[in-house]
Design a protein around this ligand. Sequence first.
Ligand code: HEC
Length: 453
Amino acid sequence: MIRSTLAPVLAGLLLACGPSEPYGGPGEIPFDPQRPTPGTPGEVTPYTGTHPIVLEAQTRLPTGLELQRKLVLRTCGPTNGVCHNQKEFPDLHTTGTFAAAINLPCNLQPGSYISVYDRCERLGDRFTFSDHDNSKELELGWFEVVVGAYVEYEDDQTPPSDAAGLHLHFKDVVLLEQGRAHWGTGTFIRNFVNDQGNVEALAFASYNTRWWVLDDGKHLFGEVRDYQRESVDALLAVGIIQGDQNRNGIFGAREGKTVPMINPGKPEESYLVARLRGHMQGEAVPGTRMPLANQPPSVTDMLALMCFIEGLDPAAQEWNLSASIDYNACSYIADPEALNLVGAGVKWGERVWPILQSSCGGCHGGANPQAGLDLLSADTWTRLQGNSSQNLDLKLIDPGRPEKSYLWLKLAGDGSIFGSRMPLDPLGSGSRSLPQDQLDSIQTWILAGAFND
Ligand code: HEC
């Protein structure tokens, strides 16, 4: 399998830094015409409603810059390697590369063709035989170089479908006779926009060999003799665009539904959002759900991301990440809970508290609860919003952040806890784990905001 080698050049953001020498006096900053325009929070009318999630988002994630720093980098986590970084695509590590993801094609560097989403497929390059009468242009679906020892086939023989050599698969049938070889130069054509802004078809690569039409007629096999290997390598190095990159018969761009990584003004049609959700407009998106090994974004994070994308002007060429996110005008503030990635329905009163009562109440209840933590009395939910007595830096429950919720860390048996994993089990091995489905419920409840409902 050959991957497209089109390496996108992602623009870096230059943060202008002031000179280090002292100015006229303390607090005095000289006028500098090169200074970047700061954010323009004044242009946006702040949200003044009462929805706690919207208010939290507006406070914690007021701008695209904060969103990149707090959501994108946090979900990337400290564990480099499970995250998008310089080595992986898309690189969202800096605010500059995050901004560059706006309108950028998606799936430029998929790990495997299977994980390509139809709506990321671009218009395929066209192929034609420049030295045949029949010069019909065919759109390339996908291609493959089958590696193996060269086998010579007679002109009137038909090589097998998996013969070593170059295999091209087209949208339409190749109009050459099957069952025999054809000598010819195959030329690849792509549309470019020239200096004048006009679209120009350009032949950008070609390969001369013996060809056979195989199978259903849309499959073209090109012979690769040892001396031709370099030409094939050169051909691949130019980065041929495949219209049906995932090889499922659907040519995404032709269906007219191609989406970019971040679609300004259209969060529902942004690949980044689809990868977090696992689906786009009701259709499953291939590939593992992001973020791979870290906590999924909370409802507040999602609200910020959706409102940020919705507020991007599709007509703009450049976007200012330091501008305020316009929560007030954002359509998602009507029902932020609908953005919950981990599923709704896990409630404190119906599910979470009963788990704590039945599994923990024996020790954490009564007149003298263990570790001073009472999980049975009526004000339990309020108490959980306070700090842990074992780790004073952490709350027992930090809404939206299981990784900062000490009660959760005790349940998960996190390496950072003092004492034992909960629930303690004096009769067994010392401590045990709650069943996975109960752990999932508690984690979901925290992620969704740990509401008292
Ligand atoms: C058999 C008794 C026992 C059971 C059952 C038990 N705990 Fe504990 N718990 C303790 C003891 C003893 C400590 C203090 C020592 C330690 O942390 O290992 C403690 C400490 C804690 C702390 C730390 C309190 C703080 O303020 O930092 C938390 C949180 C906690 N337990 C949660 C739970 C939860 C949730 C459950 C139920 C899933 C549970 N425990 C079940 C005995 C128990």
